[in-house]
Write a protein that binds this ligand. Structure first.
Ligand SMILES: Cc1cc2nc3c(=O)[nH]c(=O)nc-3n(C[C@H](O)[C@H](O)[C@H](O)COP(=O)(O)OP(=O)(O)OC[C@H]3O[C@@H](n4cnc5c(N)ncnc54)[C@H](O)[C@@H]3O)c2cc1C
Length: 366
């Protein structure tokens, strides 16, 4: 049985930030990530990020990941990293976490504190033939193109005009893929205007108030039927055929929260945060005194917020182990809380704040 002071599960921006803070206060940290490389979603993001200067707005996503990894390197004496290593179970009886490296190696670890930073999963849509090869989630398409350098196909129908649908469409165009169109069920584009303007300028049609009805093809996708819908999402008019060899779905993400359920954290369904999330206090501590949550696993937001939440969780987990100077930590946590508030100041932030009101507690009285 292995032991660690802090176990961080997930090495995306939230988990990396939590690791850095806990280790910088002197904790021994074990970081596990199921992927082959650390960085989470960041390693696929070739575009420049929005957000605040402190959270590196204007820097490309994969560069932010490189910066965090350099900082990790400076603290490597205190951090054990396992990639290709999935935390598969957490056991209430003894607080032990089971981890699988690759397909064969297995170990058990008993952490004193855990930060869950497991990110998000893509949502998919049910429609006839959605099992055909050629139907992808947008995250898979990004991984193929931006991590492995493989084009997903030649002509793509994108479903969803939020930021992810718009950004991935633009990245495919840059890589030489034709976008047949973007289908969006709402009556306006959900993503930032700047991302929509980029694809519109390149002549990509955005079909508002439309949905996909069926994928066409026998062995692989050859096209799709799309249809207009009314404001109650009921079909109107004729179905239209769109020729495409790829259907790419960008219809939202939901927090990856299985381990939080398994651990026995109090959970609540919050639509504004896109799924079930753990109740937490302002330091990201869950209802279990030794478990913290951060990033998309705590509710779908952005990498900027994930990094700040990760820092808060890492600092507070270390503080609970008696590390750091009390007054100094209070000051830093207060400052990070202010930064989170600033990031949530805009129009999108209003929805997040409504969601947070449903899952935030004043404190756990511990
Ligand atoms: C196309 C696209 C564009 C985006 N653009 C922006 C942008 O411009 N600005 C911005 O701020 N944000 C952007 N985001 C959002 C941002 O990428 C995410 O909000 C952010 O990555 C969340 O960070 P995270 O650390 O919580 O999760 P992730 O980055 O998803 O990392 C989670 C990690 O946990 C690991 N993991 C999960 N379960 C386990 C387990 N059981 N055991 C071990 N490891 C596990 C995964 O392998 C993964 O590496 C974008 C996202 C997408 C998809």
């Amino acid at each position: 049985m292995r032991h660690t002071e802090v176990l961080v599960i997930g090495g995306g921006p939230a988990g990396l930030s939590a690791t850095l803070e806990a280790a910088s206060l002197g904790c021994g940290v074990t970081l596990v990530d199921g992927d082959l490389a650390l960085g989470g979603q960041l390693i696929k993001q070739t575009h420049k990020f929005f957000g605040s200067k402190e959270e590196r707005a204007g820097t490309r996503g994969f560069k932010i990941s490189e910066i965090l990894l350099e900082e990790l390197e400076n603290l490597k004496g205190r951090i054990k990293v396992h990639t290709n290593c999935t935390a598969t179970g957490i056991y209430k009886e003894d607080g032990v976490v089971s981890c699988v490296i690759g397909e064969e190696k297995y170990f058990r670890i008993k952490p004193e504190r855990i930060v869950m930073a497991t990110g998000a999963q893509e949502r998919l849509l049910p429609f006839p033939n959605n099992h055909l090869p050629g139907v992808y989630g947008a995250g898979a398409v990004q991984t193929l193109m931006n991590v492995y350098g493989v084009l997903p196909g030649k002509r793509v129908l994108m479903v969803g005009a939020g930021n992810i649908g718009l950004i991935v469409s633009y990245q495919m165009i840059q890589a030489g893929v034709e976008i047949a169109g973007i289908v969006e069920a709402m009556d306006k584009v959900g993503g930032y205007w700047v991302h929509a303007a980029k694809v519109r300028r390149l002549g990509v049609p955005i079909f508002l108030r439309h949905t996909i009805k069926e994928a066409l093809g026998n062995r692989t996708v050859t096209g799709a039927l799309i249809q207009e819908i009314d404001d109650r999402f009921q079909p109107v008019g004729e179905k239209k055929r769109v020729d495409a060899d790829i259907i790419c779905m960008a219809v939202g993400l939901t927090p990856t929260c299985e381990l939080l359920w398994q651990a026995g954290c109090e959970m609540v369904y919050v639509p504004q945060l896109c799924g079930h999330v753990a109740l937490r206090d302002s330091f990201m501590r869950t209802s279990l005194p030794d478990i913290w949550v951060a990033g998309d696993a705590a509710g779908i937001e952005e990498a900027t917020a994930a990094m700040v939440e990760g820092r808060i969780a890492g600092l507070d987990a270390a503080r609970s182990l008696g590390k750091g100077d009390k007054a100094d930590l209070e000051k830093r946590l207060e400052e990070l809380g202010r930064r989170l508030g600033d990031l949530r100041g805009g129009e999108v932030g209003q929805k997040i704040c409504q969601g947070l009101a449903c899952c935030s507690v004043q404190g756990w009285g511990v």
